[in-house]
Design a protein around this ligand. Structure first.
Ligand code: NAD
Length: 547
């Protein structure tokens, strides 16, 4: 057991109520004597292993995912080490409860299940005092801030301040998947109001009951927040999360060269999808430059994916104009083609010369894509006709149904395998159980950003990188793809098992830090062994012995 010291004043009841240091019934007899805990705890001393078994037994007895979410939240609030031990040792079971898909439901119910605040709520009315608000946070050594304004929560739309569930969940994954110390994580909601009228009328809604700030006043609030972070938590990485795409693209462009920031919906998604494509190509034997990729959806995820594919092809020596021709978008008005007058800036690079096509199945017939990627948040859009057409055109069609939560999934894993006669190379945005088809078992895995962003964040803060670059996301995608084994591919899995997420994240972090050192994005010297250095920076949820 490692030795650790406690901050001044952390003893007795204050210690039991501090989730960062609390060990509950695992405090030893000696600690109980020395730390004024005698009598405040029942007699028996449990091991952390026993506490974990007890927590899991209770959790498994709860009737619904939402109740399990509430229970895990309460554990998180009581005892961080135990919470992260549970997450780390049972990621397949716990991640869907603390993140997608359950977190979507939790955000929808946030006002009803709210118990204890976690993170900072910065309101439209905090203009002029945001640095002071940040100063109210109890820790200074912040490494990563995940911030949302709640306007596009998963595929669920505007949930206002209820969107806080997302930064909290994402930061839990930073710790659970990549060992970023929980003390270094700060969840933030920019509460600029909500245009969701039902929420504004809901008596239990926790946020500002006003329409969303827009335009210059919105931009000024974000700018003040970003600048206040530079002052109060210098060097902290700001991850923008679940902003509506009009703001997401603008804010990324505005801040990516100025501060240490990235947008996970755009860049993290792109990286995890590119890794999945790389794994799929190990099966088909094709090259990325030979693919025709058709995205259903033309928002943050879709254009982020296309931009990173283009960046990857540029490294292979393909001109950007040529590389873009490998990528096609299909939005709510049909195939994105040149000549459409209604196209937002982020779609235009992918508007190729082609006749308009209004129906997705018809677009699949016309383009014969080697890969279809669903990121439109419209459930059921990969119909039997679509998947059958993909299987007719290609021996191993790539089918990624990535929309979240599960209700928005373009097709289920079972449908993708059955309709393609077991030939689809499939990845999903929500968890699906293994599928048995004609005696073969397929194990679909989530093309979930949680494979990427925790490792990227760890690599950035461990190397003290000043910026997060596209090259880092490319390096992350390659590192992730390398972690997918032959055995994974043989059972249809395009990503490594979640049980290996900590070592996988360490490799991703090392690749990202490697870019930071190579490109001189940090004042730090490159350690002799980057991977060993990264591992040394990872938080372990085992209890220390308090000296
Ligand atoms: P977004 O709002 O930026 O984009 C949505 C896009 O879908 C828009 O271009 C819109 O025109 C298009 N669209 C809407 N209705 C459509 C229809 N009927 N037909 C075709 N296109 C339609 O959102 P986003 O950030 O790109 O996310 C989209 C979805 O992808 C969400 O469900 C999100 O949860 C999911 N997503 C999953 C992952 C993952 O699993 N790795 C990562 C990112 C996003």
């Amino acid at each position: 057991m490692k030795k650790a010291s406690l901050p001044a004043g952390r003893r007795g009841i204050a210690l039991l109520r501090d989730p960062l240091y609390n060990k509950g019934t695992a405090f030893t007899q000696r600690e109980r004597d020395r730390l004024g805990l005698r009598g405040l705890l029942p007699a028996h001393v449990h091991t952390q292993q026993e506490q974990m078994q007890r927590s899991l037994a209770h959790l498994r007895g709860l009737p619904s995912p939402l109740e399990k979410f509430i229970d895990l939240n309460a554990l998180h609030d009581r005892n961080e080490a135990l919470f992260f031990r549970v997450v780390g040792e049972h990621p397949d079971e716990i991640m869907p409860l603390i993140y997608t898909p359950t977190v979507g439901l939790a955000c929808q119910e946030f006002g009803n299940i709210f118990q204890r605040p976690r993170g900072l709520f910065i309101g439209a009315n905090d203009r002029g005092r945001i640095a002071r608000v940040l100063g109210n946070w109890p820790h200074r050594d912040i490494g990563i801030i995940v911030v949302t304004d709640g306007e596009r929560i998963l595929g669920l739309g505007d949930l206002g301040a209820n969107g806080m569930g997302i930064p909290v969940g994402k930061l839990s994954l930073y710790t659970g998947c990549a060992g970023v110390h929980p003390r270094r994580c700060l969840p933030v909601v920019l509460d600029v109001g909500t245009d969701n009228e039902a929420l504004r009328k809901d008596p239990f809604y926790i946020g500002l009951r006003q329409k969303r700030l827009r335009g210059a006043r919105y931009d000024a609030l974000v700018e003040e927040f970003v600048m206040a972070v530079q002052k109060v938590f210098p060097g902290a990485l700001i991850q923008f999360e679940d902003f509506a795409n009009t703001n997401a693209f603008r804010l990324l462009q505005r801040y990516r060269e100025r501060i240490c920031t990235f947008n996970d919906d755009i860049q993290g998604t792109a990286s995890v999808v590119l890794a999945g494509l790389m794994s799929a190509l190990r099966v088909t034997g094709g090259a990325l430059g030979e693919q025709r990729i058709l995205c259903l959806g033309a928002g943050e995820a879709a254009t982020g994916i296309c931009d990173l594919v283009v960046a990857a092809l540029a490294e292979d020596g393909l001109a950007a104009s040529e590389a873009r021709r490998r990528c096609w978008l299909f939005d709510s008005r049909g195939l994105v083609v040149a000549g459409r007058a209604d196209l937002a800036g982020h779609k235009r690079p992918y508007a190729h010369e082609h006749a308009g096509v209004a129906d997705f199945a018809a677009a699949v017939e016309a383009l014969k894509p080697t890969a279809i990627i669903g990121v439109a948040a419209v459930g059921g859009t990969f119909t039997q006709a679509v998947v059958e057409a993909m299987a007719r055109h290609h021996p191993r069609p790539i089918v990624f149904a990535l929309s979240n939560p599960t209700s928005k999934s373009e097709c289920t894993a079972e449908q993708a395998y059955r309709w393609s006669g077991g030939r689809a190379l499939f990845a999903c945005g929500s968890p699906f159980d293994p599928v048995t088809l004609e005696g073969r078992v397929f194990v679909p895995r989530q093309g979930n950003n949680s494979y990427i962003f925790p490792g990227v964040g760890l690599g950035v803060i461990a190397s003290r990188a000043r910026h997060v670059t596209d090259e880092m996301f490319l390096a992350a995608a390659r590192a992730l793809a390398r972690q997918t084994t032959k055995a994974d591919l043989e059972q249809g899995s395009l990503y490594p098992a979640l049980a290996r997420i900590r070592p996988v994240s360490a490799h991703i972090a090392a690749a990202v830090a490697g870019v930071a050192y190579a490109r001189r994005l940090t004042a730090r010297r490159k350690p002799a062994n980057v991977l060993a250095y990264i591992r040394s920076q990872m938080y372990e949820p085992a209890y220390p012995r308090y000296a």
